[in-house]
Design a protein. Structure first.
Length: 533
């Protein structure tokens, strides 16, 4: 049994049982009360032991990444704080119900499943919530409600009194029942002081208690305020975890996008359609006067299929020229699967978006204010992109495409070593050797790119505030994304609510209105937030 606990608003307890046959049972605990991280570790351990007893488990081996909890339970460390001592006693009492048990501290990396469950209890993705059973804990396991059952009446049984001061409860009962006070002045004074903190219900004496801070109630009330929800500020943190898209086969997956409008150039051209290969990062770009479905079909045929063959996937945004059924049917005729990113979510087609930024940035720097000559500079920018090493794999797109580095125009003016030592016969032999090693070069690039993507994923995921939804959840949609032209200082930030109709993948959803009318196109969690009612 592996256990882990985490405090905080998104924390909880994670428990993973592994049978001798390797079968796993996932259990998560949601804490609806405040506690420290060490208390969360104890709650997860106690919850796991209770579940093990319910499953009739007699022998258990426990793993936890908390050295303090393991040390206190084994007796190697002392539990000095009051609550820690209570938790320790609770766990030891539960362990007595097992014939045999072992508990050991393990590194966090070896406790990854339980650690993940402890941090995703309240915001679990679809695939996690289907695997794990979720238990909600409203009170700490060490808290017990003790009520002294004292019966009201004129006669009380004082035979079991142990200390002289035990009669204060009976004095309170008499005072609250008929107002009578003890004859001793000291006892009467104590009764009057204590009486406001007690009351009698159904003949039993109860002590009044505070119900806790009302902040949580206020927060839940504000959450359900419809006006507050539609004007809620946009979250600054990413909503989904990073899912790297890679393909080790060159030219098997292309991303296509459109840049513009630019200042009108020769021939009325003001748009640029760009395509990039996801592995080699090779780009193709062509200037067009207008963007239609027919123009996009011609670009795919001329710049992709006739040069690199038919790719397996083509990823675009939701522009009308790409949403046209004729474009999808055209791609299907070549066996190309057409994927579209979510509305107003360029990260879904991030490769080509990065290329777009490079092209636009390069044009700005080369042209300055003379923007109408961008058409003449476009080939220079595209060429520079093709012969510049990419950070992801450290290779130039040209070398991964053709198996060797390009001869740059500047080498004619400032000869490099290979230029000054050029020999036709030796050059041909070296070129053939490079072609024979092109697969090894691509494999090395694949390893570098995978390492780079893991670094990017770690950096990105540390900033994520996960927002995942289930089918049937009601959500609000970001107004800026759904109605980009309908803006203003007093405009609502969110619109809806809508209902989640289907899950394409974690973080991407089909929506419908509350009346059941499907909403066009898919939407990413980045533009959605939960609606409270």
């Amino acid at each position: 049994m592996a256990v882990d606990g985490a405090s905080g608003p998104r924390g909880g307890g994670g428990i993973v049982f592994t049978t001798p046959e390797g079968f796993k049972i996932y259990h998560a605990i949601v804490f609806n009360f405040k506690l420290t991280n060490n208390e969360a570790e104890y709650e997860a351990l106690a919850g796991g032991l209770r579940l093990a007893q319910a499953l009739k488990i007699s022998r258990v081996s426990i793993k936890s990444d908390s050295s303090m909890i393991v040390g206190q339970v084994t007796g190697n460390m002392e539990a000095r704080e009051g609550r820690m001592a209570q938790y320790k006693d609770l766990v030891l009492a539960l362990l007595k119900g097992f014939e045999e048990f072992k508990i050991a501290q393990v590194p966090r990396a070896e406790n990854a499943d339980a650690d993940l469950l402890s941090k995703l209890t309240q915001y679990a993705p679809e695939h996690v919530s289907k695997l794990a059973r979720v238990e909600i804990l409203d009170h700490a396991s060490i808290e017990k409600l003790e009520v002294a059952a004292i019966t009201a009446g004129s006669q009380f049984d004082r035979s079991n009194l142990v200390e002289a001061d035990d009669h204060w409860m009976y004095d309170l009962m008499e005072y609250l029942t008929d107002g009578s006070l003890p004859e001793q002045d000291d006892r009467a004074r104590k009764v009057k002081l204590r009486a406001p903190r007690f009351q009698i219900l159904d003949g039993k004496l109860y002590k009044r208690a505070f119900g806790g801070h009302s902040g949580d109630d206020c927060e839940r009330y504000v959450q359900k305020c419809r006006t507050c929800q539609v004007f809620y500020k946009y979250p600054g943190r990413p909503a989904t975890y990073y899912h790297p898209v890679s393909n080790v086969i060159p030219f098997a997956r292309f991303g296509v996008d459109i840049i513009g409008a630019f200042p009108v150039a020769q021939g009325g051209k003001k748009f640029v359609i760009v395509a990039i290969d996801y592995f080699t990062k090779w780009i193709e770009a062509e200037a067009l006067a207008n963007i239609t479905t027919q123009q996009c079909k011609k670009f795919v045929w001329k710049n992709i299929i006739t040069r690199f063959g038919a790719p397996m996937n083509l990823i675009t945004d939701n522009g009308p020229q790409f949403r046209n059924s004729r474009f999808t049917e055209y791609l299907e005729g070549f066996g190309i699967k057409h994927n579209r990113s979510s509305v107003a979510y360029p990260q879904g087609n991030g490769q080509v978006e990065n290329a777009n930024r490079t092209i636009v940035d390069g044009l700005k720097k080369r042209l300055g204010e003379a923007g109408n000559k961008w058409l003449e500079e476009l080939p220079h920018i595209v060429w520079a992109f093709r012969v510049t090493p990419r950070r992801a794999h450290g290779e130039t797109p040209f070398s991964l495409t053709y198996g060797c580095e390009a001869r740059l125009p500047i080498e004619a003016e400032f000869p490099t070593f290979r230029e000054s030592s050029y020999q036709p016969q030796k050059n041909e032999e070296d070129h053939l050797a490079e072609l024979n090693l092109v697969e090894e070069r691509r494999m090395a690039a694949e390893v570098k790119m995978s390492t780079y993507q893991q670094v990017v994923k770690k950096y990105h995921d540390n900033k994520v505030g996960p927002r995942y939804f289930q089918v049937g959840d009601e959500v609000l949609r970001r107004r800026e994304a759904s109605r980009p032209g309908d803006r203003g200082k007093l405009a609502k930030n969110w619109e809806g609510p809508y209902r989640v109709r289907a899950i394409i993948r974690p973080g991407t959803y089909w929506l419908e209105t509350l009346e059941g009318v499907p909403v066009e196109r898919t939407w990413n969690s980045h533009h959605l937030r939960k609606f409270y009612k």
